[in-house]
Design a protein around this ligand. Structure first.
Ligand code: ADP
Ligand code: MG
Length: 238
């Protein structure tokens, strides 16, 4: 496992700066939530950590390694997206095994990993189904299964629950937290939902317009917001 560090990270799209010097320190095994209004740069930060977007300046480290110029496949990271991006023509088992197949993993090892992930996520009986035969929550679990089988150093989640109805969203929060307690994988989780952040995070990073406004444990932010933006954002309903 490994921690993650952003050091004075900047990003512009053309002449338009969207990340304006961000420092974040994430400890090994920590569950950190990036929260902030739509358009403040959360997804861009995650995508830079995953290597899906170049960084304009600064440094990103995973463990002791500077990953700025490493291609995504060489970063020991697995990302769960909002829209799940499951392959419709592949079974649940294939969906989970696919990234391992790309890495030419040994077949027996691959099966073992898929079985183990399916057990953790309660998908054992659904391995032969296709995504269209699953509920929203089950699809979300498959998307998580795809990340788990890779046994990465870091999990990234980008608004993974925003397509689910309110009841399921609450249930999945607990599932994701239980998963983290079990695997203890360093996790960076993005949401614009304050309640999600307050209930799930070890540490919250409040972002606003390309900068970090405040970093702290949920109760610290609630009790001692350092400015009006944080106070307003943390205090307002989702
Ligand atoms: P968030 O995830 O917090 O909603 P994003 O990281 O997606 O925010 O976007 C931050 C800003 O960067 C927004 O103003 C968005 O329009 C802009 N942006 C994101 N991706 C691109 C891109 N590929 N090209 C140009 N602008 C982009
Ligand atoms: Mg986003």
């Amino acid at each position: 496992m490994a921690g993650v560090e952003f050091v004075d990270v900047r990003k512009s799209f053309g002449a338009f700066p969207v990340i304006k010097g961000v420092d974040i320190d994430i400890a090994d095994g920590e569950f950190v939530i990036l929260v902030g209004p739509s358009g403040c740069g959360k997804s861009t930060l995650l995508r830079m950590l995953a290597g899906l977007e170049n960084i304009s300046a600064g440094e990103i480290r995973i463990g002791s390694q500077v990953v700025n110029s490493l291609p995504p496949k060489d970063r020991d990271i697995a990302m769960v997206f909002q829209n799940y991006a499951l392959y419709p023509h592949m079974t649940v088992a294939k969906n989970m095994a696919f990234s391992l197949m790309l890495k030419n993993a040994d077949k027996a090892d691959m099966d073992r990993r898929v079985q183990a992930a399916a057990e953790i996520l309660g998908l054992t009986k659904l391995l032969d189904r296709y995504p269209r035969q699953l509920s929203g929550g089950q699809r979300q679990r498959v998307a998580m299964g795809r990340a788990i089988v890779r046994d990465p150093q870091v999990f990234l989640f980008d608004e993974p629950l925003s397509n689910l109805d309110a009841k399921l969203r609450v249930a999945m929060r607990s599932e994701i937290k239980e998963l983290h307690q079990r695997l203890k994988t360093t996790t960076v989780y993005v949401t614009h939902d304050q309640i999600e952040a307050m209930t799930m995070a070890d540490k919250i990073v409040v972002m606003h317009d390309g900068i970090v406004e405040q970093v702290g444990a949920p109760l610290d932010l609630y009790d001692r917001p350092t400015n009006l933006f944080v106070a307003g954002f943390i205090g307002s309903p989702a």
